[in-house]
Ligand binder design. Structure first.
Ligand code: ATP
Ligand code: MG
Length: 287
């Protein structure tokens, strides 16, 4: 499913002394199957933006079009859209509430009115995707799991609805480095396997730049930059101004170039940077 956001403005508490503009003239397009990173500092409008994509928030101005349907149109069935656009909130484990792991994941599909056989199929599939599909876990209380497991359980709850667009708001916030890497890899794997559209919200370039097809960089409620990671990193001045770090390998390449080594600076992984440095040292920088 595709998403088009046109000239979106969102003002919280408009007309009161507390009025604040969280989004201002935001426009972008996301194609079916793309893996998009939405990045920006705290308060830049990321969470406000994604809550528009399944109709939880209404635009003050502008348009959201999901799979050709205008979310503001009266004829659009928001309930259906919400089943197709799965949203994993920031700290989703705070919203776990069922008595055991199985029921937690079954809640969404049951709510959709599916029969128990289909519910069971979806629960097992979703738990397998987040690597929690051990039978002995089914009866465990969600609250007895580790932080990383709780986070993955919450993600499984959304996956069990079989969304066509999956949006994850800071899915690695507060996790240790190992759990963080595992979750990012799982998200990447399920994007590749399911061929769904994924929007991954983060404030860390280090985490997401190497994973995504495209980056949308938010700054104070506006889109500051958008494009492939390479395109975005070719504008280091804008990134510096916003105060977003480029990944360490990319930073290293910029420094080497400043010192006269003829290397490309749009490098995203350690392996790529190694190849690039070797090439420059051998002096064959013509291709
Ligand atoms: P973070 O990285 O901290 O999650 P964010 O990029 O998700 O930040 P938002 O939560 O969308 O940013 O907030 C954007 C702006 O809107 C901020 O200035 C915030 O204070 C304001 N804001 C967010 N939610 C509300 C609300 N419910 N009422 C009023 N203002 C809000
Ligand atoms: Mg947020």
């Amino acid at each position: 499913m595709s998403i088009i956001v046109k000239d979106l403005t969102h003002i919280y508490m408009e007309g009161t002394p507390f009025q604040s503009t969280a989004l201002k003239n935001v426009s972008f397009e996301i194609k079916q199957g793309e893996f998009v990173g939405l990045i920006g500092h705290t308060g830049s409008g990321k969470s406000t933006l994604i809550q528009h994509l399944n109709g939880l928030l209404k635009p003050t101005k502008g348009q959201i079009i999901v799979n050709g349907l205008d979310l503001s149109a009266k004829s659009t069935d928001l309930k259906k859209i919400r089943q197709k656009v799965g949203l994993v909130f920031q700290y989703p484990e705070h919203q776990l509430f069922e008595e055991n792991v199985y029921r937690e994941v079954a809640f969404g599909p049951r709510n959709m009115g599916l029969d128990e056989k289909e519910v069971d199929r979806r629960v097992k599939k979703a738990l397998a995707m987040v690597k929690l599909n051990q039978k002995e876990l089914y009866d465990r209380s969600p609250f007895s799991l580790s932080g990383g497991q709780m986070r993955r359980l919450a993600i499984a709850g959304v996956l069990a609805m079989e969304p066509e667009i999956l949006i994850l708001d800071e899915p690695t916030a507060g996790l240790d480095p190992r759990a963080r890497d595992e979750i990012l890899q799982e998200i990447k794997d399920l994007h590749d396997k399911l061929n769904i559209t994924v929007i991954l919200v983060s404030h860390s370039m280090e985490d997401i730049a190497r994973l995504v097809d495209k980056l949308i960089v938010m700054h104070r409620g506006q889109v500051a930059l958008q494009g492939t990671a390479r395109e975005v990193f070719s504008q280091p001045e804008i990134l510096k101004k916003i105060g977003l770090d480029v990944p360490q390998v990319t930073e290293l390449m910029h420094k080497l170039k400043e010192r006269g080594l003829k290397v490309r600076t749009d490098v995203l992984t350690v392996e790529e940077s190694k190849q690039e440095i070797l090439k420059a040292l051998r002096g064959n920088d013509h291709d």
